[in-house]
Design a protein around this ligand. Sequence first.
Ligand code: PMP
Length: 359
Amino acid sequence: MNLQELARDEVRALTPYQSARRIGGQGDVWLNANEFPCATPYQLTQQTLNRYPECQPPMLLAAYAAYAGVRAGQLLVSRGADESIELLIRAFCEPGKDAVLYCPPTYGMYGVSAEAFGVTRRTVLSTQNWQLDLPAIEAALAETTPHVKIVYVCHPNNPTGNLLDHDDLRCLLKMAEGRALVVVDEAYIDFRLDMSTASWLEEWPHLVILRTLSKAFALAGLRCGFTLAHPEIIQLLLKVIAPYPIPVPVADIALQALGSDGLQRVKRNIAEVIDNRDWLQQALSTCSCVDRIFSGEGNWLLVRFQNAERVFKMLGEQGIVVRDQSRQPGLEGCLRITIGTREECERVWQVLSVLKEKR
Ligand code: PMP
């Protein structure tokens, strides 16, 4: 029996997302997945697991609603923001008929999730300064076959690090009105909360915002994310989500992370990341193997090197794992280096400053 032939065509053809843990590699300094480098000290308080959890734990919704400045009815909690990317496609896109649109260079999961469900991927490259190419997006939105139902934009954008212009985002919302959802992926917005679009939800019913506890909250292993949207969109997503998506231990820890001590800790995390990011940016600017450092708003630096392949290899040999972005459009020679502890940043610099001497 040929098991491959039994599988769906789309799945057979699919290249899965190259997540940090799937790529593997060897090392002791993990700077390839934009994680926070230090563990949080939360302990489980709920010790019984014989009962199913609530589908949407009300206390958790209330706590995140207070943090994000929205109402609990405008929130969905899911298994990371990645699950939400997929739920939106399942709820809004007809396989074989509809499309999602996104703007490379950007996060890879918008395309992978669409492909897995037989939904067309439309890409409109970002402009040279990595902002939205609005005329090209408008042209794609006007087409009816396939019909673009979701536009994913990333703010700040992974891997370029820049925020999107708020006027452009408003313009995009206007042109998508009545046609498509605009999903603003704010996975890294906690580092620049002043630039969030969460307060726009009342005004734009087709705006959807993705959030996560994986980055500034230092809880990537917890797998907890949030969708902020109009209550009708939340109700539609609840039709396709698994019956018990949030395990009891996840809600337990997430609730602690959103308490007042937890939020103080997030503030300290953010200050530490920014401090180390500034340090690394300054240190790398003295290395002659570095062509350009793109100063971003997230917990990483995107760096263009004269010989990225060699730099990647040299870092790897010293146990430092970073993310190669050179295959993304416009990012030839670029590596994405997550901001680790100060010691980890120093190790990166040590390797690169040796390279400088060898040139
Ligand atoms: N969006 C972006 C832009 C990301 O970088 C990531 C994490 N790699 C996600 C979403 C997914 O986050 P989560 O861990 O919440 O699934």
